[in-house]
Design a protein around this ligand. Structure first.
Ligand code: SF4
Length: 189
């Protein structure tokens, strides 16, 4: 499969997920606080290479891939390099449109526990500041409300490219690997 086709398929998984999340948010009224971005400050976020392929492809199209790779190589922080703490607006992701799968899932998706029950994976702020909504959402999920399941979405990426989803890396390493994948692909064309 060409890299363009792979990017298209990943983006189509993202679109489906974004739609499911918007439906979940409509029913539960759970939402991120305007301008928050606190979850991006977690120093140990992990991701797969494939989920950042659309971002890497976009950089390549803009002739920015090498510059971002250099920036990543020089980076010593474990915080995501895409995070822009100075940004004002809805959030702090400087590449919101091209963010990874974990960035989309966190807050409004569920994991399945060992009793096969679905548990909402969300942040402390939502749990405390929207306590009632959070508890109601949990009850609705127990009663069968549709919620994106994290593992299902990773399986969908897995079906697109096994190699690029086989391992989880610290987020900056996953972004670097995605950029290297795109650069290598075009180096031989
Ligand atoms: S890619 Fe964007 S949303 Fe994801 S962790 Fe980095 S700054 Fe946050």
């Amino acid at each position: 499969m060409s890299i363009e086709e792979k990017v298209k398929q990943v983006e189509s998984v993202f679109e489906k997920l974004d739609f499911e999340i918007s439906q979940f948010q409509k029913v539960t009224a759970l939402h991120c606080k305007f301008g928050c971005g606190k979850c991006c400050f977690k120093p140990d976020i992990e991701a797969t290479t494939l989920e950042f392929l659309p971002f890497a492809y976009h950089l390549h199209q803009q002739n920015l891939a090498e510059a971002w790779l250099e920036r990543l190589e020089a980076n010593t922080s474990t915080l995501c390099v895409i995070l822009d703490a100075t940004q004002s607006g809805a959030g702090l992701c400087s590449q919101y449109k091209h963010r990874g799968l974990i960035c989309r899932l966190f807050g409004f998706s569920a994991r399945t526990n060992k009793y096969a029950q679905r548990e909402l994976v969300t942040c402390q702020l939502i749990k405390t500041e929207q306590k009632q909504g959070f508890e109601e959402a949990e009850t609705k999920i127990e009663q069968g409300l549709e919620v994106p399941i994290m593992s299902n979405y990773y399986m969908q990426l897995h079906a697109i490219d096994f190699e690029l989803t086989r391992e989880f890396y610290p987020i900056n390493q996953a972004i670097s690997k995605a950029i290297e994948t795109v650069l290598q692909y075009y180096a031989y064309r």
